[in-house]
Design a protein around this ligand. Structure first.
Ligand code: CIZ
Length: 311
């Protein structure tokens, strides 16, 4: 069994040989982020997928992200190292249920978070990510809006934009829902000099206790511009790798989930992506993401609408 360093070298050689690019999400394992050509949130990764001239995109992330890359680059081979890397948000919103839900609001613009299946995106007018959701909702002033699938992000959007009338789907991210106000307050008592930075998929009481609320990219940027020395980070623990790489002199304290006395809050799906699986996927050029062309075409409209509004 090769060690991680050897595997990383082999992965680099395979990428060159096959003109492949690895896109990795901030929530993946540190050693996975280290072999990536591009690390980012789902917005930046979808922009990178749309722009790359590689023949193969290996998506180190969860399934809906790889699907988005395939939608934007249908002529390329898109590989997902572990197709079981799902998403509780995407799973909370089946296309059949969503279609029925949408039919109840025929005069509403349908805005769906990218954390949805390609079939749900095909039923959507405009996608959004946590990086651009506020901007997209604000751009729809005067129009009725249906937002899916994250009720916490949706509730946050209502508060920030003053749009109380947004109709919400009732889904949640199983990782962000596990943060509790009690644990955050405990950490604040232990570290009174630390600011709390939270992801908008967290529940309202957690967000109200935070000094800053933003996407992973926004949290990383905030630390860069804030000038603080200590932060309590309330999102999936994978982000700590990028934070520590970028700001080694700063102290980051990961917030634990409710059901733990210590440790980080991990997304088990993101952690399914490992170096051996990346290596195997590049060798075999499989598992590959395959999407029905009609569904892909319809989903592409909602993603391109988002990209157009995110410039
Ligand atoms: O949009 C993403 O990539 C997710 C899932 C989180 C974030 O805020 O970046």
């Amino acid at each position: 069994m090769a060690d991680n360093t050897t595997l990383a070298d082999k992965i680099a050689a395979l990428k060159r040989e096959k003109n492949a690019v690895i896109l990795a999400h901030y929530y993946t394992r540190p050693e996975v982020q280290q072999v990536a050509d591009f690390i980012g949130d789902s917005l930046a990764l979808s922009q990178a997928a749309a722009a790359t001239d590689a023949d193969i995109i290996l998506f180190a992330g969860v399934y809906f992200m790889a699907e988005t890359a395939k939608v934007l680059s249908p002529g390329k081979k898109v590989l997902i190292p572990d197709p079981a890397a799902g998403c509780s948000l995407a799973d909370s919103c089946s296309a059949a249920d969503f279609r029925r839900f949408r039919e109840r609001y025929p005069d509403h613009k349908v805005v769906a978070y990218v954390n949805t299946s390609v079939e749900v995106k095909a039923l959507t007018d405009i996608c959004c990510t946590s990086s651009n959701a506020v901007k997209i909702i604000r751009a729809l002033e005067g129009q009725k809006i249906l937002f899916a699938p994250d009720r916490n992000l949706g509730d946050y959007l209502k508060r920030v934009t003053g749009r109380d009338d947004i109709v919400l789907w009732d889904g949640a991210c199983h990782v962000h829902e596990k943060f509790s106000l009690e644990k955050i307050l405990e950490l604040k008592r232990e570290h009174p000099d630390a600011k709390v930075l939270a992801h908008p998929e967290c529940k309202k009481p957690v967000l109200l206790a935070a000094d800053f609320v933003g996407s992973t990219a926004a949290i990383i940027d905030y630390v860069g511009s804030d000038g603080g020395k200590k932060y309590i980070i309330v999102t999936e623990s994978g982000i700590l790798f990028e934070l520590q790489e970028k700001y080694p002199e700063i102290d980051f304290i990961p917030a634990p989930p409710t059901d733990s006395t210590c440790g980080c809050n991990d997304c088990e799906y993101m952690k399914l992506v490992t170096l051996p699986k990346i290596y195997d996927a590049l060798v075999n050029e499989s598992p590959e993401v395959v999407i029905d062309e009609e569904v892909r075409r319809r989903a592409e409209g909602s993603i391109r609408n988002m990209l157009g509004m995110s410039k």
